[in-house]
Design a protein around this ligand. Structure first.
Ligand code: AMP
Length: 174
């Protein structure tokens, strides 16, 4: 039904971006092709049709692209999880480890109704640190994380390990 191989082939490897040794997975060819973009959004959104999921939480910045389309298709709300200093109201903040140093993500304190079911969406799972920090924020803000959905999983990094407490779905693994 979904031609996942075509999506996989369209994702472009950019060596040494944004720094040496990183092979960046460039999803812009998927975004630029209406068939592939629709397929990617539908394949994730259809997992939650007729469910009691009430919010899609989206991770700054490429998670916004897919997550917004998924929420629109499901007719449910969106909650942005953003880098520090971007959200205008009161926030919970969560620090996490990067390869070099730390980073911080934030969510509005009133983003979720207590106990409402949430799906977290990002473009790519690498080490899992970003998604884990986002999951912690959802928990602190009163949401209940139902599933974490990615377009791409870098299988060799084993990022699923630190997300072991949550159901994780990746449309494709490379
Ligand atoms: P991590 O916290 O290590 O799982 O990193 C995941 C986050 O960093 C996601 O928001 C991705 O958009 C981004 N990211 C990490 N590695 C890559 C990569 N090789 N290509 C594209 N994006 C990446």
């Amino acid at each position: 039904m979904y031609d996942i191989e075509r999506i996989k082939e369209a994702i472009r490897d950019i060596p040494d971006f944004p720094s040496e040794g990183i092979i960046f997975k460039d999803i812009t060819p998927v975004l630029g092709d209406p068939q592939l973009f629709t397929m990617a959004v539908d394949a994730i959104a259809n997992r939650h049709i007729n469910s009691d999921v009430r919010k899609i939480a989206i991770i700054d910045a490429r998670g916004f692209i897919f997550g917004a389309a998924i929420a629109y298709k499901l007719g449910i709300g969106l909650v942005p999880i953003r880098k520090v200093g971007k959200l205008p109201y009161k926030t919970f903040e969560q620090q996490y480890e990067l390869e070099y140093g730390t980073a911080t993500l934030c969510v509005h304190v009133d983003a979720f109704e207590k106990g409402e079911k949430v799906v977290l969406v990002d473009d790519l799972l690498a080490t899992g640190g970003t998604a884990k920090a986002s999951a912690d924020l959802i928990d602190r803000a009163g949401g209940v994380l139902h599933e974490i959905d990615f377009l791409i999983e870098l299988g060799f990094l084993d990022g699923g390990k630190i997300l072991a407490n949550y159901p994780v779905f990746s449309l494709l693994t490379v």
